[in-house]
Design a protein around this ligand. Structure first.
Ligand SMILES: Cc1ncc(COP(=O)(O)O)c(C=O)c1O
Length: 359
């Protein structure tokens, strides 16, 4: 079976983790501060705050921006449910716009339409860089500016992706990352908040640590959303290899796109101003279920991200929205193995298995 994800854990990670275990400092500590600094430098931003996972990073980012009850956040219904859950967990209201059928990211025209229906009364836009392709932040930033709203990046799937050469994490008011094991780099579980705004970073750092300003002094109520030093040490080892991982994913993606060029499946796009880091290599095919059965028969792993739009989830049944482009994508998308451990021979086999079926 060619697996859809396979994290790379080598001697570098083992050594870093053992160092932490030997130090006895297992919870938050200097290793986490070092990882924050390295991550901020990588993104080209001033401040990074580590968290226990990507969902808590988003939740803390909303709190740090002061978004909560009575605030409206426009986002995509075609994402992992955590994107919308974090809005609700902060007490704000998620409002869904539709997506672009080619990039699968928020469609700025749909965002604009939704805002106009709300008479311009919005507080933030949460743009998800789905599958590792940055959303159209240039236009979303313009729209956010027009309505005096924040632009927040959900970069959980897009470490290292760029727009006009600038890395995600530096493109909005604040950005959030996940280091879940399937992601382009991992800390087991973990997350990061990235921002150039010192006050936002300070508030986020307080919120993830019980609202604490100094030892046993707490200026507000917060959570324990801290990253452990074990996770931080994994992050330090992984960030060293992130560029290598991205190159490998991009090479695998280029081979897949080349090999599937004449087949009836739709392959991913990469707009000129953006670089895709292929967290997922997602094709589109109308008879997806039949193709899934064929891949099962030939031991090719795949994933469907996501089979149900967020507004159609039972947890969101109180929201009545339609997003026809997202709903159709949810019926047709299918992601193929593209991670750095996929060998050239695996790529050839994936292409052959798909081509034999669809033609
Ligand atoms: C787009 C998106 N946002 C948020 C998250 C939440 O991250 P985590 O699983 O680390 O909480 C994920 C993770 O799967 C994600 O893919």
């Amino acid at each position: 079976m060619i697996p859809i994800a396979n994290p790379d854990i080598s001697d570098a990670e083992r050594e870093q983790v053992l160092e932490v275990l030997d130090s006895g400092m297992l919870a938050d500590g200097p290793v986490v501060r070092e990882f924050e600094e390295e991550f901020a430098t990588y993104c080209g931003i001033d401040h990074a705050v580590a968290t226990s996972n990507g969902t808590t990073a988003l939740h803390a980012a909303f709190e740090a921006l002061g978004l909560g009850e009575g605030d409206r956040v426009i986002t995509t219904p075609f994402s992992f449910i955590a994107s919308a859950n974090a809005i609700r967990l902060a007490g704000a209201e998620p409002i869904f716009a539709d997506i672009d059928p080619e990039t699968y990211n928020l469609d700025p025209d749909s965002v604009k339409e939704v805002i106009q229906k709300l008479d311009g009364d919005i507080d933030a836009i949460l743009a998800v860089h789905l599958y590792g392709l940055p959303a159209d932040v240039t236009r979303l930033q313009e729209i956010a500016g027009e309505y005096d709203a924040y632009l927040i990046e959900d970069a959980a799937q897009a470490h290292g992706a760029t727009v006009d050469g600038d890395r995600v994490g530096s493109l909005g008011d604040v950005a959030c990352f996940s280091f879940y094991p399937t992601k382009n780099m991992t800390t087991g579980e973990g997350g990061m908040i990235a921002t150039d705004d010192e006050a936002v970073a300070d508030r986020a750092a307080r919120f993830v640590n019980h609202g604490r300003n100094e030892k046993y002094r707490h200026s507000e109520v917060g959570h324990n959303f801290r990253m452990t030093s074990i996770a931080g040490s994994l992050g330090l080892a992984q960030i060293e290899k992130l560029s290598e991982y991205i190159d490998a994913r991009r090479e695998n993606a280029a081979r897949l796109t080349d090999g599937l060029a004449d087949s009836p499946v739709t392959t991913p796009v990469e707009p000129e101003d953006r670089s895709h880091v292929y967290h997922q290599y997602t094709i589109r095919y109308e008879e997806r279920e039949e193709l899934q059965a064929h891949l099962d028969d030939h031991d090719v792993g795949y994933g469907v991200y996501y089979p149900t739009c967020i507004h159609e989830q039972p947890a969101y049944k109180d929201i009545s929205t339609t997003a026809p482009v997202a709903e159709r994508a949810a019926d047709e998308v299918l992601s193929l193995p593209v991670h750095p451990k996929v060998a050239d021979s695996d790529i050839e086999r994936i292409i052959e298995v798909i081509t034999n079926y669809v033609e």
